[in-house]
Design a protein around this ligand. Sequence first.
Ligand code: CMC
Length: 392
Amino acid sequence: SGAITIDPGFKNTGSTKSEITYLDGENGILRYRGYSIEDLAEKSNFLEVTYLLIHGELPTKAQYDEFTGSIQNHTMIHEDMRKILEGFPSNSHPMGVLSSLVCSMTAFYPESLDPNRSWEKVNMSIVRILAKLPTMAAWAYKNEQGHPVNYPDNSLNYTENFLKMMFAVPAEDFEVDPVVADALDKLLILHADHEQNCSASTVRIVGSSHASLYASISAGINALWGPLHGGANQAVIEMLENIKADGGDVEKYIKKAKDKNDPFRLMGFGHRVYKNFDPRAKIIKKAADDVLGRLGINDPVLDIAKKLEEVALKDEYFVEKKLYPNVDFYSGIIYRALGIPTKMFTVMFAMGRLPGWIAQWKEMRENQEPIGRPRQIYTGHNQRDYVDIKKR
Ligand code: CMC
């Protein structure tokens, strides 16, 4: 009780204390469990970062081997889940397919529904979803293509296995390009957690009702899908392609973005917390140059992106509102160069963010946080008498 304060979008409301991710928006600092993302992106790998986020410490060699080994052992998904996949129209957006398949894990692993199961069993649920998400993600793409699925290859590492399930054609040799695998691994690290963002808050609030890990993550995937959140990476490339098709006049689009009567926003610009620069965008911009160079790709869309950034950063509107390129601005350009189709971009984000969602869910349960239940200020009618339908 007491006075209720309304804070639309929770701009100034903290929902929890957390030990997972440190974010300083003024100074563009992002750290997972105290380690800077610059360091992790350069020196670590995605599964090590996953372990760090979920368990709080970098693994010893033995812990790492056990963790990655158990993930490798659970990459297969139940054949009946493939039948669920086959029920989706081809052309379904892979994000909708992915969240549905993740939710269907509640049926294949019903022990995950028990909120009081041991932490050992919770860890098994965690390993299962980490292992199976790349399989489900690649299969969601195959469904969209109308192609048969590829089964996991457990001789490969996490990223390589995903690429093979995405791109291998039966009866043809498939070699994973190490430049592609490394770039993807780095992107996944940069997306791995971002404290109490929309999807992580969703995962925590769904989980706060003691709904299962899989149901909570499925909800997180749906929250990520929107164009103001993870869906921005798809929207950015579509916007850049439109600008290119429209003659490459970036000024025209900057003008549109500033016009308050036009709903158009510059996708990939602005952030709720970063008001100087997004440290992830900085690393990704450099990586985009590097990856395109190493793959020998010349993408005119990259030139449009750079021009757009240059003009926007000098524009009074963007300067005043502190709108800078965010993580999604350059990531799509790398995904394109790696051969990942546009509709899969947000799925890539989901694969990267999975360890963060798991860590947030686990922390919330370990701390025995109460059910999330915000209040409101009612602004509707006072009491009214029911009127019979014939008299309305
Ligand atoms: N283009 C033009 N104007 C913008 C933009 C943009 N991209 N972003 C914010 N503004 C304006 C907005 O119109 C508002 O103006 P005013 O104060 O005159 O009403 C002001 O800047 C503040 O914006 P806001 O919407 O109140 O800020 P927010 O913190 O609620 O929203 C955001 C943050 C990321 C949703 C928003 O900047 C946006 O819509 N950006 C484009 C979508 C995007 O790139 N999303 C990815 C975010 S990073 C990765 C992730 O979260 O998944």
